[in-house]
Structure formats: C-alpha cells, structure tokens
Design a protein around this ligand. Structure first.
Ligand code: AMP
Length: 191
C-alpha cells in the first residue's frame, strides 16, 4: 500500500506491546515511528535542557506537562520525514494533547487515518513491566503509570471511537499475531 499520507496513532497502557507493534508497522509502511517516550529518554540521557526538565516527572511515572509536550511534538512533526505520514507512539496521552494534535493536523490540512488501541489485562501488564528492568519499572512506579493511563489517557479511547477511528487489538497474544491483526485492522496488506 502507499505509505504517503498515512497518519496513525498507537494508544494503550504501558507494556501492552504498543511500542514493539508501532515499530513493526511503521517499518512496513515506510513511515517514521515517533515515540515521545523514547525522545524524552534520549533527552535525559543526553543531559539536554529538555531532559533536565522532564527527568523527575518521568522517574515518578507521571506525565510531562501538556505545554512542553506540545513544543516537543510540533517540532518533531514539522521535520521533513513526518510531512507525508507518521505513526505516533505515546502521543497524545491527554485530552489536551489530542486537541493539540488536531490543531497541528488542521494546520497542514491533514487527518488521522487510524487509532490503534493495543490493550491487555492488568496482571499481564504488571508482570511484563517487572520483567523489563527499566528505571521507571519499579513496582510502585508501574502501578502509578497504570493509574495515570486510566485517569488521563484511557478517555481518549471513546474520543477516537466516536470519530470512527479506533481499531482495538488484544496485546495478550504472540507478537507476530498482534502484528498481523494490526495490519488487517488498518487495511494494510498482510504478510
Ligand atoms: P513511554 O515510553 O511512552 O511509556 O513514555 C515514558 C514516559 O515519558 C512516560 O511515563 C511520561 O513520563 C513521559 N511521556 C512520554 N510521552 C508523553 C506524553 N505524550 N505526555 C506526557 N508525558 C509523556
């Protein structure tokens, strides 16, 4: 299928496998996978001023504020590789961020094509997180990240469902099977 002009958002709780699936699909479609979490972790690792501003919030499992995230995403989406299509992994995460994204897309006369929700039962998410060993994967932080997801991000599911954009996939399956279902759900060629 043509990669051009495909704009996709991946939604889901931490450890649903959303990042892995986002990377697989973006590669298949030939569009950039834009992970705000990865961008922020690199900023922290590089010791940049952005990194310094977000480090503590991330370590707590909380969300970086919407204004700062708006700067980050505007800047990234204005880069040339994202102009004809992109896959967002980890943005938007709040209603305000969803509005910011609509505003950015409106500015370039573009629309989202699909919002892929990858979800899994809570016990699966927690078990996966504790096996992963990232700095924000300590047990109390894992629970905090899930709490924040349910409170701030999960409401976006209805927001996108009403728009007819939501594709729901179970992340509690082998990676290849999830990838197959993701592709089928957005009407991409399978295989
Ligand atoms: P992730 O890798 O997507 O789970 O992101 C890791 C951490 O980065 C999150 O727990 C947040 O602290 C921060 N973060 C990433 N994306 C966003 C976003 N869109 N809004 C606010 N905080 C974010």
């Amino acid at each position: 299928m043509a990669a051009a002009d495909r704009r996709i958002v991946f939604l889901g709780p931490p450890n649903s496998g959303k990042g892995t699936q986002a990377a697989i699909l973006a590669k298949d479609l030939g569009i950039p996978a834009i992970s705000t979490g990865e961008m922020l972790r690199s900023a922290v690792a590089a010791g940049s001023s952005l990194g310094d501003r977000v480090k503590d919030v991330m370590t707590r499992g909380d969300l970086v504020n919407d204004e700062l995230m708006a700067e980050v995403i505007r800047d990234r989406l204005s880069q040339s590789d994202a102009l004809t299509g992109f896959l967002l992994d980890g943005y938007p995460r709040t209603a305000v961020q969803a509005a910011t994204l609509e505003e950015i897309l409106g500015g370039i006369n573009a629309d989202l094509d699909d919002v892929v929700l990858i979800d899994a039962p809570e016990d699966v998410l927690v078990t996966r997180a504790l096996g992963r060993g990232r700095e924000d994967d300590q047990e109390h932080v894992v629970h905090e990240r899930l709490r924040v997801y349910r409170e701030k991000t999960a409401p976006l599911i209805d927001f996108y469902e009403v728009k007819g954009l939501l594709r729901r996939i179970s992340g509690d399956q082998p990676i290849e099977e999830v990838a197959r279902q993701v592709k089928a759900s957005i009407g991409a060629e399978v295989g």
